[in-house]
Design a binder for this molecule. Structure first.
Ligand SMILES: *Cc1c(COP(=O)(O)O)cnc(C)c1O
Length: 218
């Protein structure tokens, strides 16, 4: 199967109110262009350098989401290009994004990454802190927080990820009680190639797909 077929199959499979982004780490410009041509509208980049290298060669309209771990000193390289930063999980990073956005006279869209598995080695705000964390960003008027993102713990059997998606959805619903200018619970980004169907069943409205579009990573 080729990239275009893969994309069409995925887009056919998922409900129309769900968005699928292509996670493009390690992929070449021709590969990414094929995915865009077949109907992908959002690309997800994990690395600032990759984004700098590939964004210029894309031939179709796209939105650019940053989905990797973002270092504070790299924010300035993507802030004017990025449509959404999905992985904000600490106040210092949020502050820098806000400051850089101010410079560009821009309001940057972000999601808060939650560590749904409570895994100490992983990024993300711990579930019990999510409400307080969002509230702590209230004064940052050059960011708009649109919801939550999570990477569930890895299991070979994706069915075992379901409880973490459930938890993320519960937290997402809980954040709807927050009344704050720069927060609106709109997007829940979760699910990857082997788990997006389960994530959608549990309430995801944005899924992030790499392998199932482009094949195994080399
Ligand atoms: C690579 C990646 C994905 C996609 O993973 P696949 O298993 O290849 O679909 C999704 N989200 C993030 C944050 C990633 O880094």
């Amino acid at each position: 199967m080729d990239i275009a077929e893969n994309v069409k199959k995925i887009l056919n499979d998922i409900p129309t109110n769900i968005e699928a982004l292509a996670a493009v780490k390690t992929r070449s410009c021709p590969e990414i262009n094929q995915a865009l041509n077949a109907g992908i509208t959002i690309i997800g980049q994990n690395y600032v350098q990759d984004a700098q290298r590939t964004l210029d060669c894309l031939k179709y309209p796209y939105k650019f989401h940053f989905i990797g771990h973002l270092q504070r000193n790299k924010v300035k390289y993507i802030i004017d290009k990025v449509d959404m930063i999905e992985t904000v999980d600490n106040i210092k990073l949020a502050n820098i994004i806000n400051l850089q956005s101010e410079k560009y006279n821009k309001i940057s869209n972000i999601l808060i990454e939650i560590n749904s598995g409570n895994e100490p080695q992983k990024n993300g705000v711990m579930p019990e802190n999510i409400i307080d964390f969002i509230k702590s960003l209230e004064e940052l008027s050059n960011i708009k927080i649109w919801g939550l993102m999570t990477m569930a713990p890895y299991f070979e059997d994706p069915e075992r990820m379901r409880p973490y998606f459930k938890l993320a959805k519960e937290l997402f619903e809980a954040t709807k009680e927050i009344e704050q200018q720069n927060y609106k619970a709109n997007i829940l980004s979760m699910g990857m190639s082997d788990s997006y169907k389960i994530a959608i069943e549990e309430g995801a409205n944005l899924v992030r797909i790499g392998t199932k579009i482009f094949g195994p990573r080399k």
